[in-house]
Ligand binder design. Structure first.
Ligand code: NDP
Length: 314
C-alpha cells in the first residue's frame, strides 16, 4: 500500500526501555501512542541474559523477559505496538512526517525518538556465537558474573579504559587487548589503567578467535608486530570498541554531535525541532544503562504531553 497516510498524536520510534517507558507514560496521559519496534524488538537488552542492576527486580531477571514485561505494561494502557522500521523522516513542517518500512507515511504531532545505539563488534563468528555466554559489550552490566575470574577486554578508548578498571575491581586479572602501541583514551584514564596491578595491557595485539563451545574458555590473540600468537585463559570477553547511535535517518534534521548522538536541551528531552523529543542511548553516550534510558523515556513523554497542551492539541 503506497502512500497510506495515518495521523497520530504521539509516535514513538524504538522499543527498548526508553521507548516502552515513554509509551507507558504517554498512554496513561491519553496521548494514544503508536510505537514502532524497529529491527530489534526490545532493543539491546534482548541480547543480554541476566539483568541484576535494574531496580525492582531483587532476584534479577532475564533481559528478553524484562522487555516483554515493559511491552505488556505499555500495551496494558493502550499503546499500539507495531512491527515496523522507520526508514525516513521529514521534520520540515508540522505535523511531522515519518515513513515506516519505506511504504507507510504517518503524520505525528509529537515524535519520541528512542532508537538506541548498537555496540560495535569485532565481527568474528565466535564472538557472535558466544554473545551473552561470556561475550559482552557492557562491563557494568555483566562484569559481576565474572567475579574472581580472569577476563579480557578489547578496545583502547575511554570506554575500554573505564571498563577495564571497573572489571579489575571485580576480577582476578584483566587482559586489555589494544590493537596499536598507544591508546586513544584520555591520559588520566590511561594512567589509571597502567597503575592498576591486575590489568595487563597487550599492546599491538588483535583478537583472532574466542574459544569455547557453550561459554567462553579462552581468547586467542596475535601480536601484529611479531606475529606471535598466545592463548589467554579467560572466561569473559568484553568488547569496548565503541557504540553507534541509531540516528542515521535523522541526519540533517536534528542537531547531533560529531559521532551522531542526538543533542537535547540539557535537563530535557527536547531536540532542536519542536515536537521532536529524544530519549535513551541515541542521545546518551555516557551512561547507557536501561534505567537511565527508562528515565529519559519518561521525560520525553512528559515533555511531549506539555508540548501538546501548550499547542492546544487534545
Ligand atoms: P572510541 O571510538 O573513543 O574508541 C574505540 C576504541 O576501540 C579505539 O581505541 C579503537 O582503536 C578501538 N577499536 C575500534 N575498532 C577496533 C577493532 N576492530 N579492534 C580492536 N580495537 C578497535 O569509543 P569509546 O566508546 O571508548 O568512547 C566514545 C566516546 O565517549 C569518546 O568520545 C569518549 O571520550 C567518550 N567517553 C567518555 C567517558 C568519560 O569521559 N568518562 C567514558 C566513556 C566514553 P584505535 O584507537 O586504534 O582506533
Amino acid at each position: 500500500m503506497l502512500n497510506e497516510i495515518e495521523h497520530v498524536k504521539c509516535l514513538i520510534i524504538g522499543s527498548g526501555p526508553a521507548g516502552y517507558t515513554a509509551a507507558i507514560y504517554a498512554a496513561r496521559a491519553d496521548m494514544k501512542p503508536v510505537l514502532y519496534q524497529g529491527l530489534q524488538p526490545g532493543g539491546q537488552l534482548t541480547i543480554t541474559t541476566e539483568v541484576e542492576n535494574y531496580p525492582g527486580y531483587p532476584k534479577g531477571t532475564q533481559g528478553p523477559e524484562m522487555m516483554e514485561d515493559f511491552k505488556a505494561q505499555a500495551e496494558r494502557f493502550g499503546t499500539d505496538v507495531r512491527y515496523g522500521y522507520a526508514t525516513s523522516v521529514d521534520f520540515s513542517s508540522l505535523p511531522h512526517k515519518v515513513v515506516v518500512d519505506e511504504n507507510k507515511t504517518l503524520t505525528a504531532d509529537t515524535v519520541i525518538i528512542a532508537t538506541g545505539a548498537s555496540a560495535k563488534w569485532l565481527g568474528l563468528e565466535s564472538e557472535q556465537k558466544l554473545n551473552g555466554y561470556g561475550v559482552s559489550a557492557c562491563a557494568v552490566c555483566d562484569g559481576f558474573f565474572f567475579k574472581g575470574q580472569d577476563v579480557a577486554i578489547v578496545g583502547a578508548g575511554d570506554t575500554a579504559a573505564e571498563e577495564a578498571t571497573y572489571l579489575a575491581k571485580l576480577c582476578k586479572k584483566v587482559y586489555m587487548i589494544v590493537r596499536r602501541d598507544e591508546m586513544r583514551a584520555s591520559k588520566a584514564m590511561q594512567h589509571r589503567v597502567e597503575n592498576t596491578a591486575n590489568i595487563e595491557i597487550l599492546w599491538s595485539h588483535e583478537t583472532k578467535e574466542i574459544l569455547g563451545t557453550k561459554t567462553v574458555e579462552g581468547v586467542q590473540v596475535v601480536n601484529v608486530k611479531t606475529g606471535e600468537e598466545r592463548t589467554l585463559k579467560v572466561t569473559g570477553f568484553f568488547v569496548a570498541i565503541g557504540h553507534k547511535p541509531n540516528s542515521d535517518i535523522f541526519k540533517g534534521w536534528l542537531d547531533m554531535d560529531e559521532t551522531g548522538y542526538i543533542k537535547t536541551i540539557p535537563g530535557t528531552s527536547k531536540t532542536n525541532v519542536e515536537g521532536v523529543f529524544a530519549s535513551g542511548d541515541v542521545a546518551d553516550k555516557i551512561y547507557r544503562q536501561a534505567v537511565t534510558a527508562a528515565g529519559t523515556g519518561c521525560m520525553a513523554a512528559l515533555d511531549a504531553e506539555r508540548y501538546l497542551s501548550a499547542k492546544g492539541i487534545h
